[in-house]
Design a protein around this ligand. Structure first.
Ligand SMILES: C[S@@+](CC[C@H](N)C(=O)[O-])C[C@H]1O[C@@H](n2cnc3c(N)ncnc32)[C@H](O)[C@@H]1O
Length: 209
């Protein structure tokens, strides 16, 4: 496994970004207790920033867990916008619903339980697509969702460096899934794609026109 960022840099970045919101703290604590993979605070801040810049009316999230990444989108989106959160675990969605009701953000969110790759087909004109499902499904998720994107849409995909395994050329299904997805997105001439080596790598792709 290759360290994408030196741990000292990660610690430094985290020190720069303390979080006082009790709900963020609660969700981060829950993730630690359950060893549940969330995007983490620095990527969360990136989601927030990109949402503020792009000002989407519709965000579709494939693989929302218990709503940590959703929280950053929901905080940043305008009151007329909507975030669709998807997870196949009912318990995760119930937890998220409670958090968003308590924080007054529930009106901006559609809570969907089931296979994100099926649910995603219900939406068109998506301004911002976030991909964080099982890694072997990234390429298929892109193929299903690309025709559903709005003009100048933005795709954000987490784990684009998959703990460095893509660079090592590992041959397990998850690494292959991410590597194929990265190749697929970089090869598209109708998108402009890059990867930020932040935490586990974040792929960003802008749709021309
Ligand atoms: C990495 S976690 C998501 C974490 C979340 N995006 C965050 O950062 O807070 C992936 C989640 O997606 C769910 N998941 C994976 N593949 C899925 C699929 N095809 N449909 C629905 N949920 C899926 C898993 O159950 C898990 O809760």
């Amino acid at each position: 496994m290759i360290a994408i960022t030196d741990p000292r840099i990660e610690e430094y970045l985290m020190r720069l970004a303390p979080e006082e919101d009790p709900y963020v703290q609660e969700m981060e604590q829950l993730a630690r207790e359950r060893r549940f993979p969330i995007v983490d605070r620095l990527v969360g801040r990136l989601l927030y920033l990109l949402t503020r810049l792009r000002q989407p009316q519709l965000v579709v999230e494939l693989g929302s867990g218990f709503g940590y990444s959703t929280w950053w989108f929901a905080r940043a989106i305008s009151i007329t916008g909507k975030v669709v959160m998807t997870d196949h675990d009912q318990e995760n969605i119930d937890y998220a619903r409670r958090i968003f009701q308590e924080t007054g953000l529930a009106d901006r969110i559609e809570f969907r339980v089931g296979n994100a790759l099926t649910i995603g087909r219900d939406y068109d004109n998506i301004d911002l697509l976030f991909i964080d499902v099982d890694k072997q499904d990234y390429r298929q998720a892109a193929e299903i969702m690309l025709p559903r994107l709005a003009k100048n849409a933005l795709i954000i995909a987490d784990n684009a460096l998959w703990y460095g395994r893509v660079a090592e050329g590992n041959d397990d299904p998850e690494t292959r899934g991410i590597a194929e997805f990265n190749r697929f997105m970089f090869a598209r001439r109708d998108f402009f794609t890059t990867i930020l080596p932040l935490r586990d790598g974040v792929l960003l792709s802008y749709k021309y026109g």
